[in-house]
Design a protein around this ligand. Sequence first.
Ligand SMILES: NC(=O)c1ccc[n+]([C@@H]2O[C@H](COP(=O)([O-])OP(=O)(O)OC[C@H]3O[C@@H](n4cnc5c(N)ncnc54)[C@H](O)[C@@H]3O)[C@@H](O)[C@H]2O)c1
Length: 248
Amino acid sequence: MKIALLGYGKMGKMIESIALDRNHEIVLKIDESNIHELTVENLQKADVAIEFSTPATVLANIQICIDAQVPLVVGTTGWYGQLQQVKDACLAANSTVMYGSNFSVGVNIFFQISKIAAKMMNNFSDQYDVGMEEIHHIHKLDSPSGTAITIAEDILEEFKTKKEWVDVNASENNVTQHRPEHLIIESYREGEVPGTHAVIYDSDVDRIELKHVAHGRQGFALGAVLAGEWLQGKKGFYSVKEMYNFNV
Ligand SMILES: NC(=O)c1ccc[n+]([C@@H]2O[C@H](COP(=O)([O-])OP(=O)(O)OC[C@H]3O[C@@H](n4cnc5c(N)ncnc54)[C@H](O)[C@@H]3O)[C@@H](O)[C@H]2O)c1
């Protein structure tokens, strides 16, 4: 596969290394120093574009990939308020986009485990409260993480006493008023942590913790390359959940 990398930072470099190991070729690398090279003509030399840039630049990058009709894997988070418009633009142009707040198989398994747990715990919401924690490196631009939002939205679908998630910047001790219907996400920014997410059910008598700890970025990067492979020959707008399709 010929790959265009949009964003050549921590994730772009890891994706390059894994893609080369899997015998793919990198035909275009874009970061903030050479944005003028991001043209429809250059994109059309690739079989897939993989986008890990910034929340401020991702939407323009998605649009140019749709215009070029190059299949696109979007890993950048922090833009899902515009998800419906992007989906409409993709489908109207008969193009191909897959998005995911997290591409690693481990986190996608964790999403499923957490959703099943929320469904079970919903029967005991008179005894258990649920909360979340996420920890990332200090360079991360969005908060809470896109992964935390996916986990939170799955919990809200199943654990009916919670009505909305609320982010608490725990590093700055920014504690907002906690209402029982709020699913609190405590976000911590520490050192170079690649990504830790925990869901905690607490009662008067015990505590259940579900936790995913990424040891590095390899899992995210491999998942993004697998997504590019999976998109070959497909048209449409996909979530990473459709690729893993655990069927539980
Ligand atoms: N979905 C996932 O599995 C997953 C995993 C890890 C990180 N992420 C997300 O991916 C994004 C990138 O993460 P990172 O750690 O690589 O960040 P990073 O800061 O290391 O890299 C961002 C890169 O984007 C480049 N850039 C800036 N403007 C650009 C533009 N207009 N076009 C293309 N590139 C541009 C920068 O030069 C830099 O190279 C973040 O939103 C992060 O939250 C997603």
